[in-house]
Design a protein around this ligand. Structure first.
Ligand code: ATP
Ligand code: MG
Length: 216
């Protein structure tokens, strides 16, 4: 990073399956474009060719034999490649990085719901230490309500097939993370997508130091 460059902000979206992350990211992308923010939008697991390959292995519904540790390590492997190839350079160039899921997904799914605990923190130490998010928008809606919106789980997606009991544990995990990490901002998203988008814009304006699209 050149001495004149200021590291960009790192904004992450988290939440259960069907909580509306992709919907809100699309709406936020439009807003950021309109107010002229220099940003990239990316996702985990994935965001670059190697990590997208790893994503296919993790989510493949046929991989029922995969053990929990292998799953956690594959997520961590996909993440570090994504960080080095995409996120680090973008932040170093002063861009806002907006990411659909990141390390708290691993802590909620593999740490809490799978019960792997601190092991997940250890294998994600690089991300947690060097690149903690500046803000994490947690789309707060119960898995029951979120699944209703999605009209059920995707039968080809190994994580979505884990059933409601598993996803309730994930949700409880996110609630714990909200207490543990100060950057996590819970957004009640039980209302319309437009109402949720308004709440998110306020948070993002605060993060970027803008008001009505103008720098404060
Ligand atoms: N506020 C809302 N009210 C009603 N339905 C919504 C709302 N927000 C999103 N939806 C709908 O809920 C479904 C799931 O939303 P979306 O795909 O954005 O969730 P997601 O968090 O990205 O899910 P995944 O974890 O599978 O990527 C979509 O059909 C979307 O149109
Ligand atoms: Mg999505």
């Amino acid at each position: 990073m050149g001495s004149s460059e200021v590291r960009g902000k790192f904004l992450v979206f988290e939440g259960c399956e069907g909580s509306g992350k992709s919907t809100q990211l699309r709406m936020l992308s439009e807003y950021l474009g309109k107010i002229g923010v220099n940003f990239i939008m990316t996702r985990e697991p994935g965001g670059n060719p190697i990590s997208e390959e790893i994503r296919k292995i993790i989510l493949n519904g046929k991989n029922t034999a995969m053990c929990d540790e292998c799953e956690a390590l594959l997520y961590a492997a996909a993440r570090i490649q994504h960080l080095k190839e995409i996120i680090e350079p973008a932040l170093a160039a002063g861009k806002l990085v907006v990411c659909d899921r990141y390390v708290y997904s691993s802590l909620a799914y593999q740490g809490y719901a799978r019960g792997l605990g601190d092991y997940v923190k250890e294998i994600n130490a690089y991300a947690l230490t060097n690149y903690p998010p500046d803000m994490t928008v947690f789309l707060d809606i119960s898995p029951e309500d979120a699944f209703k919106r999605k009209h059920g789980a995707d039968e080809n997606d190994r994580m979505e097939q884990l059933g409601l009991e598993f996803h309730k544990k994930v949700y409880a995990g996110y609630k714990e993370l909200e207490k543990e990490y100060a950057d996590v901002r819970a957004v009640d998203c039980s209302g319309t997508k437009y109402r949720t988008a308004e709440k998110i814009r306020l948070l993002v304006d605060g993060l970027l130091g803008v008001s009505d699209g103008k720098t404060l």
